[in-house]
Design a protein around this ligand. Sequence first.
Ligand SMILES: O=C(O)CCC(=O)C(=O)O
Ligand SMILES: [Fe+2]
Length: 283
Amino acid sequence: MQIDDQGDYATPPVPMTDEQKFFFDLRGWILLPAVLTDEREIEEMKAEVNGGARQSYGPSLQRLLDHPAIVGILSEVLAEDPFARDECYGFRCEGSFTTVRPPGWDTSERGDNGLPHVVRPPQQANAMRYQVAGGKIFSGLTRVVWELEEVKSGQGATSFLSGSHKAHFNYGGPDRYRPNIGGSPWEESMRDMMDDYSCPPGSVVIFSESLVHAANSWTNPDNPRCAVFNCYNSIWAQWHRLNLSDEAIEAMPPRRRSLFRGVWAIGGPSGGNVEYAADNRSY
Ligand SMILES: O=C(O)CCC(=O)C(=O)O
Ligand SMILES: [Fe+2]
């Protein structure tokens, strides 16, 4: 991967293919197997996570935030062409967390107990929802998961109720605004129908947070899960508060910094909202 003299990627983004668009729209998630192929790079990133990095902002982990293999896809599903420019990204990073799950880790260690959930129930109109109009996807809040260890299907990968990001009917719980399937009489049927994936270390899963998805107990006895979860949104929308200091962002290369710029479109400097600054950041 080529890096320019400011530290940004010089390698152009890989465009989203028609096949990826078809399956992302159909199922709400796609797997990109073996995006990272350099074992030393994966080891370096794992060392950062295992060393206590809670987010993807460390020296090597931050390279995942705008890796060319995901930028083309995020531009397609979160940005409009006129807003994807050379000097800045056309989408924003909302936040990030990492997870290490040793064999035997179970979902009781999570606040939600592994309950399948969404950002907002997908069948209702709101700013986070998955939409397609004019032949264009807008995926709302979108998650990119980097798997730094091998993942085996049925042994603890994130799982998805494929297609549920476009559901038109409620999933049957007692409260139509509840963003999880708790209390639904169909919970078991939905869980039975959920899909997951197997992948080698260095693979990526991209999914719409409008898709019903769940964390699962890590039963793979051969290795822990070591994963990085980065969350993205439109440059005009925000769900999470930013949990990142100005100093940490200032230490990034300029285009990567633009992932954290303020959430607005009109009323600023004449060049538009293209550059991160201490007084132009998301909060
Ligand atoms: O931990 C997991 O596998 C699921 C994470 C999750 O719910 C999310 O990324 O929104
Ligand atoms: Fe989630």
